[in-house]
Design a binder for this molecule. Structure first.
Ligand SMILES: [Zn+2]
Ligand SMILES: [Zn+2]
Length: 234
């Protein structure tokens, strides 16, 4: 399986509105058919933030989205994140990608490999946050991750992502900020647990993101949030 992102702007509003996912997938399909002249959307499957998997070309069909020469070797799953707007995959997207992976392994003769589009082809795809997740071995989010195995028992599961981005400027205030600050302090970072995400919180976030090898934008999104609990200590 090769993992992809849209490479364009994804409206963060889709996280709260599945109808937005449907419109986005349809517009990508139209672009591939009418713009590229392909017979269908280029991807085998599309994974959205609501842990839903859209069937694109589906099983046993050649995708058109892995790069020349690679299409016949891999299925292609698109995670609904882009290079602007919604750039960090939500847990729902990651679960949906893995649901698609399990499906193609069970029914589509897929092997165990999960790679990014950029493996073997010169492209930014699937973007830093998604690619970093692939490189970490594409783990189910949140410890147990709903896969029914009771979790791996080693890393504490992160509390649910609060559903908004913690960023500065302007200062973001709230209990979710305090929760994140408390956890970062417990990891050994020097910052005030005051529930206000300002310049010093952002700096800690940036350094943590660089340490973890994910895109360093100073914004606590779903990936950075989860890593605060689940990444091994440095
Ligand atoms: Zn791609
Ligand atoms: Zn959706």
């Amino acid at each position: 399986m090769k993992v992809h992102y849209t490479g364009g702007v994804v409206n963060p509003g889709i996280v709260a509105d599945h109808a937005g996912c449907v419109s986005l997938v349809q517009s990508i399909q139209r672009g591939h058919q009418d713009g590229n002249g392909w017979l269908d959307i280029g991807y085998s499957f599309v994974a959205c933030p609501h842990r839903k998997v859209f069937e694109g070309r589906g099983l046993h069909h050649l995708p058109a989205a892995n790069g020349p020469g690679l299409n016949s070797g891999h299925y292609a799953v698109l995670g609904l994140v882009g290079n602007a707007g919604l750039v960090e995959p939500t847990d729902g997207v990651l679960h949906a990608i893995l649901d698609a992976v399990e499906y193609v392994r069970q029914h589509g003769d897929a092997g165990l490999e999960i790679k990014g589009h950029r493996d073997g082809y010169a492209t930014d795809c699937p973007g830093e946050p998604l690619y970093a997740w692939v490189r970490r071995g594409a783990p189910r989010p949140g410890g147990d991750g709903g896969d029914g195995d009771g979790g791996d028992g080693e890393q504490p599961a992160a509390p649910p992502f609060p559903g908004r981005l913690l960023r500065y400027p302007p200062v973001t205030r709230g209990e979710d900020v305090r929760t994140w600050q408390q956890q970062m302090k417990a990891r050994g970072w020097d910052l005030d647990v005051d529930g206000a995400y300002g310049a010093s919180s952002r700096d800690v976030c940036l350094r943590f993101q660089r340490e973890q090898g994910v895109e360093a934008d100073g914004v606590v999104g779903p990936v950075t949030w989860r890593l605060a609990w689940e990444a091994p200590g440095s």
